[in-house]
Write a protein that binds this ligand. Sequence first.
Ligand SMILES: Nc1ncnc2c1ncn2[C@@H]1O[C@H](COP(=O)(O)OP(=O)(O)OP(=O)(O)O)[C@@H](O)[C@H]1O
Ligand SMILES: [Mg+2]
Length: 273
Amino acid sequence: MSALLEIDNVTKTFRTKGFFGKTKEVHALNGVSLSIEKGESIGIVGESGCGKSTLANLIVRLDEPTSGRILLDGTDISHMKEDELRPLRRRIQIVFQDPYSSLSPRMTIGQIVTEPMRVLGGHSEAETEERAKELLHMVGLQPSAMRRYPHEFSGGQRQRISIARALMTEPEILILDEPTSALDVSVQAQVLNILTDLRAKLHLTYLFISHNLAVVKYISDKTVVMRKGAVVETGPSEEILTHPSEAYTRELIEAVPMIGKPFRMPDDIAESV
Ligand SMILES: Nc1ncnc2c1ncn2[C@@H]1O[C@H](COP(=O)(O)OP(=O)(O)OP(=O)(O)O)[C@@H](O)[C@H]1O
Ligand SMILES: [Mg+2]
């Protein structure tokens, strides 16, 4: 049986024009292989520039790899044409790091959250709105949020809105690219708790990207450590954090402040909106 998602020896080289028109090559990924089973939560850690977002963007097909394959249920999607890809896009969604730039300022929360389902088509207006309200509720926001605009919300609330939007198409896999890095520690803990609850409720598979090993350990069963576009170490998150075998991993552990076990979100903390 094939894995839900399989990254097979993927490379990505960016070619950019430097000064005087000279072409510069950046080897963002150098042969990354990774297998994700249904229901797993995998964390990817590594220093800035090691290729984490590049990998995420290839998986959601915002870009194509230079070589290698990305298999969804055994089917290579890495160079699929858009019309073939469309039905598959529903299955993998992404949440980005910056909750300020990722929500369009002129759209209401209702328009933002329902958009992925409208693009997909095949659902009535009433059905779409109902699902948006249900998801907003799951991330701790009131239905009245639908009529409001992004600037009326805090960073943590915006990130919860991004999560609700990503879940509109009932995806199986959620790629979370540093979803809490821009947030204060206490708000970060709330969002992590919501993600943990959602994963259990909706039977989701997570690929959680962070530079913070403590955060990854909290959310992910398995941790993948990346360095300079390659995987250097993989194992159970607890094991990686307590007994890293690579000096690079030890450096990463020492570099982050341990936030400890994030607290459970009290029922009354879900800000009223
Ligand atoms: N579109 C692009 N064009 C040229 N180079 C790029 C492009 N995207 C990424 N890179 C380069 O590829 C490398 C990997 O970048 P990437 O954004 O994947 O790193 P990252 O691990 O996500 O870093 P961070 O933790 O800072 O988000 C970097 O050297 C980056 O400058
Ligand atoms: Mg990144």
